[in-house]
Design a protein around this ligand. Sequence first.
Ligand code: PEP
Ligand code: MN
Length: 264
Amino acid sequence: LVSRKWRVHPTVLDLGDGIHLGEGSLSIVAGPCSIENEAQMEAVMQHLVQSGVRLMRGGVFKPRSSPYSFRGLGLAGLRDFYRLARQHGLRIVTEVMQVSQVEEMYDYVDVFQVGARNTQNFNLLDALGGVDKPVLLKRGVSGTIEELLHSAEYIFSGGNEHIILCERGIRTFETASRNTLDLNAVPILKEKTHLPVFVDPSHGIGLREHVAPLALAGIMAGADGILYETAPVPERAASDGQQTLDFDESARLVEAMRRTYALR
Ligand code: PEP
Ligand code: MN
């Protein structure tokens, strides 16, 4: 069902308010790794509105390698996130980690994100197949392109055709970067599937100083959208500060991405 052989025309998702995701326009999704408090959200939202970015990311349920790390504000944080975003005319993308959260989160989510640790959580994929909101599906940490497409097939076959695929780096033998951003996946996915394909350079390399060139490379490789992390003071972020852009860097990147997309 997700194959180009089955559907020739690219799938474009309509989020309302003139926001479309997929072929024909460049989508930009930016925001902190974790939602931390109202002041942080306000600052990010003002920055995004000023930059003309309509989609904000931010986790309230965080999959952390250590159980002692900050694990997110949970549902209460999500309600504030959604309410503030609406006030600023923004749409939100946020991670759902387990089946029971799908229903709890539903009223406060524009796009459900499935994280790289849950790409093959088939029960979660089944649950998301039954909702009428878009799902941004990340590639598994050690997942192949084929496995990512199978995971999308779970959601699609359950009745939800609103899916975005996202390359976010895979685990390889390389230790110089957090993950290895597999840009090969972009043209291959664009050839194989009609679904929108995004790139997440932040988790892809894990190094703030190298996020921008990889975002631009992702666009030139054919990505329909870029998702990256930005926060007021990256050094003080509760998670992923080492790969998070400050607002100056973020604003420059947005400009550069638009120029790059226009050249494609
Ligand atoms: C995130 O987007 O903050 C995140 C946890 O991503 P991933 O699942 O790709 O690691
Ligand atoms: Mn993160």
